[in-house]
Write a protein that binds this ligand. Structure first.
Ligand SMILES: [Zn+2]
Length: 518
């Protein structure tokens, strides 16, 4: 049944018994569909930006505490970060998922066009509301079996705080929260169910804010007395954009002017530009980072301003564990994709039409087990700081099918499915695959051993992890504070009330699906 080179004798339970327990796990997770839906809808309704996931963390840790998990709040100097542990002894398995959302992505679920719940408010336009509900569903089902069967081991749940800022995971690693962990399963929303191993082909990155300080002056009355921080920002950006011509095609770099001054008639004494520098390997990321500093220093010189910079986030390029990915993929195949209803397909196709994407509906066949990227001079793209965990502990990412194919990402459209039956069914499917793989890890010492051998002999044989953050960098926990202060009072009125409404769709009075009439 299994594709791994395992000796049956080293398993703590027989393969037949393991199969029976996996069948039981699937049934148990099906029975939990109501609570899964409530968790997915609840976190969707909170819609909290990075470092401000106050309600989300309170809610999730509350559920875990009620179920016998020991919770530690505020880890790594991040108020909304936590760990929740249950069990005892080895193996020690960590399970994580992100919890933050996207600015200006407020969107009514189940409606196939742009229709915000609150105009301009944050929303789950990445689908990070579904991952922790999946993890909790999986571990609560697994816990019952582990207790009854007296299977030893420790489970630790943890949240990806401020993933959109790549803001937390390198700090968890630096501060030792993964020190004794044997393996980690991370879950992330997708539009299919799958996993991968080896070099993921994506970029790592460092997020840096450059601040320039000059001198204010009346911009008409005495402009010669002023020195503009904004001039420095613009010159730095100009230099960087010329530099792009001479960079490798795998790089991604982008910026926002996070402070461009206050009003035109005052020479901006202060200005800031916030960059993400992304590349395929640690040395290439560091080269970009140093080039950026050089240009910032030059811009400061040209404008006679003072420059300081701060690291706001970081992520290594991802590399994932082959033996665990293979075990996970066997379980993914056993679970299969959810059965989509005609309503689910109507919503998906209407949204795809709205966005000008191929009207293919929801995923019908499982994506395969993705193979490693071929070379460091190919690929490039997004980043996820789960990679910092993956370079310290054998790690895999389970992508689960809770969204619609063909969407832009980081966008209101990506929120539409996330509190509908599409998301709920995708989470149930993902929870099954995760719970079964956890059972593999807890009952098969050879799987952990194989994972560690891959980690030492293949993954880290030549590449050694050097953190992109320093020992003294601090997580920028005030990020997004002002935005949440502005929107939270209005958003509170829309928090999901499961005591009164079966679903969040029902609470919002949305007919599922709502699509444009031709
Ligand atoms: Zn994400």
């Amino acid at each position: 049944m299994t594709v791994l080179p395992l000796t049956a004798s080293s398993q703590t339970i027989s393969p037949a018994r393991l199969d029976a327990l996996k069948t039981e796990l699937m049934k148990e997770i099906d029975k939990q569909q109501k609570s899964t839906q409530e968790m997915v809808d609840m976190v969707f309704s909170f819609g909290e930006l990075g470092f401000q996931e106050v309600e989300t963390s309170r809610y999730l840790t509350g559920i875990l505490q009620k179920n016998g998990f020991k919770v530690e709040q505020g880890i790594a100097g991040i108020p909304t970060a936590w760990t929740a542990k249950w069990g005892s002894g080895k193996p020690f398995i960590a399970i994580g998922s992100d919890i933050d959302c996207i600015p200006k992505a407020s969107q009514k679920p189940g409606v196939a066009y742009h229709d915000p719940i609150i105009e301009g408010a944050p929303g789950h336009g990445e689908g990070h509301n579904a991952g922790e509900p999946l993890n909790i569903t999986a571990v609560l089902a697994l816990k019952k079996i582990m207790e009854r069967e007296k299977i030893p081991g420790t489970i630790m749940l943890w949240p990806g705080v401020a993933e959109e800022q790549l803001g937390s995971k390198a700090y968890y690693v630096r501060d030792g929260y993964f020190k004794d962990v044997d393996a980690c399963i991370f879950t992330h929303v997708g539009n299919n169910m799958g996993t991968s191993y080896g070099d993921g082909g994506g970029n790592g990155m460092i997020s840096v804010k450059f601040n320039f300080e000059g001198e204010a002056a009346h911009a008409a009355g005495a402009p010669w007395k002023g020195r503009s921080g904004l001039d420095a920002v613009e010159l730095m950006n100009l230099a960087w954009n010329f530099h792009r011509e001479h960079m490798e095609t795998t790089q991604r770099s982008h910026y926002v002017i996070s402070d461009g001054g206050d009003q035109p008639n005052v020479v901006p004494s202060k200005a800031s530009v916030w960059y993400y520098f992304r590349e395929r390997s640690y040395p290439k990321i560091m080269k970009m980072y140093k080039d950026g500093i050089k240009m910032a220093e030059a811009a400061a010189k040209m404008t006679d301003t003072k420059m300081t910079y701060e690291v706001l986030g970081s992520a290594w390029p991802g590399h994932f564990n082959q033996p665990i990915a293979e075990a996970l993929y066997e379980n993914i195949k056993a679970v299969g994709l959810p059965e989509w209803s005609p309503d689910d397909q109507v919503l998906a196709k209407a949204l795809q039409k709205e966005l000008g994407s191929p009207e293919e509906g929801l995923s019908a066949t499982l994506s395969g087990l993705a193979k490693p990227a071929i070379s460091l001079s190919a690929g490039g793209g997004g980043s996820d700081d789960i990679a910092d965990v993956s370079w310290n502990v054998p790690t895999v990412v389970l992508r689960f099918p809770s969204n619609i194919p063909g969407l832009p990402g980081h966008h209101w459209a990506n929120a539409i499915a996330m509190a509908t039956p599409i998301a709920h069914k995708g989470v149930t499917a993902g929870a099954k695959a995760e719970a079964m793989t956890l059972l593999d890890l807890f009952t098969n010492p050879d799987l952990i051993k194989g994972a560690k051998t891959y980690f030492t002999d293949v993954q880290t044989k030549e590449v050694k992890y050097v953190p992109l953050i320093s020992k003294t960098d601090k997580p920028p926990i005030s990020l997004n504070k002002k935005i949440m202060e502005e929107f939270r009072p209005e958003m509170k009125k829309y928090y999901y009330n499961p005591a009164k409404y079966k679903t969040y769709l029902e609470q919002l009075g949305i007919k599922y699906p709502t699509v444009k009439k031709d």
